[in-house]
Write a protein that binds this ligand. Sequence first.
Ligand code: TYD
Length: 135
Amino acid sequence: TIHSVSIIEIPKIIDENRRGNLSVIEKNILPYKIERVYYLYDVPSDAHRGGHSHKACNEFLIPISGSFDVVLKDGESKRTVTLNKPNKGLLIVPGIWRELENFSSGAICLVLASNEYEETDYIRDYDMFLEHKIR
Ligand code: TYD
């Protein structure tokens, strides 16, 4: 359910000499092996991304730059998470409907996925998603 979606804090190394921050994602931070990396950028502020769920793929979303909202639905409850810190990512497990919206100008959403791209892993129709849940 929606409650299995979690914010994961990415370790942040703050430079002593004010040279800025560094965050590092090592393999122990995620409960899966990363098989694919993609990123969303140049997203107009009125655009909606996502609009699907996955049957098997886990995804970890990081707002590398700027901010955006992730609307999560499990067929019963709805939750909106604003991602706006480059050291805080959102782990979305399979079976969760997600929509990404309200991208700030220059926002970049980095996604670390557990599976290779496979269109058959997507449920892109919300009614089908609800139906899939009942079974
Ligand atoms: P889409 O799933 O609509 O993006 P989002 O969910 O972020 O809004 O994908 C857009 C297009 O890109 C679609 O034709 C599938 C393709 N695509 C790939 O070829 N490989 C990938 O890893 C991803 C995520 C998408």
